[in-house]
Design a protein. Sequence first.
Length: 257
Amino acid sequence: MVVIKSLFDRNKLILYILVIIIAFLVYALTQPKPQVSIKTVKESQLDETQRLVRENQGLRKRLAKLEPAIPVKIVTADKPSAATDTLSVLSVMIEGTRIPFETVYLDKAWVRPDYEPYWHSQNGQWSNLPDRIHSSYHRLFVTLGTESLWNETIHECGIAEFADRINLPVNENKPEDTIAVVAVQHQITDLVVLNNQVIMIGTPSRTGVQVLAIQERDLIQSLSGELVVHNDSQEYLFQLVTPDGYELDYRNVIVLF
């Protein structure tokens, strides 16, 4: 009799547990499921303080790209030329060898811009004001024809907006063998080379831009026409001059052979 009562109590307990579990499941299934979603915080969802903090952080980053943190005098001197024993412009014009060049772009009416959109601080890469001021001093820009160096040059001198119309020649799939020259407000008519001096003779003007392509092979030829440098590098002094021998601008460029 005791055994029967014990079994009855155990079954009764199990029945109670099953009833509780069934009731819980029924309740859980009949309740609406919560909707969970993840959304990015938009500017319009920020309160005024958060918006001002974010705006302040962005402006501080842009300002750091524009100018020095404190008022300071900056003099960006061009690196001294490694070209030794340089001669006067007139001496090179008399003793040097004229070399060929190709004018790949010419617009005599082009007006040099005071400011370009890609110099804005939102773009960052070319927004530094001391750099922009220094570049504006120059009329002559010289670079090897590789994509990265050419891209840097066209943004530096302010002609990137029509750079897609400029096709630099590429020989034997070696863009570095081409030397690109951008002359601003100056039209070059002759190139004379003597040793490591390149005299670029032309007439100054109030407007205009000219892009030249020079083959580096022509720079390293002796008067006899033989190559004098192989698998080496040499620094050249490029000088932008008037027909009567006055220098207006210059650039030191390392040419790789």
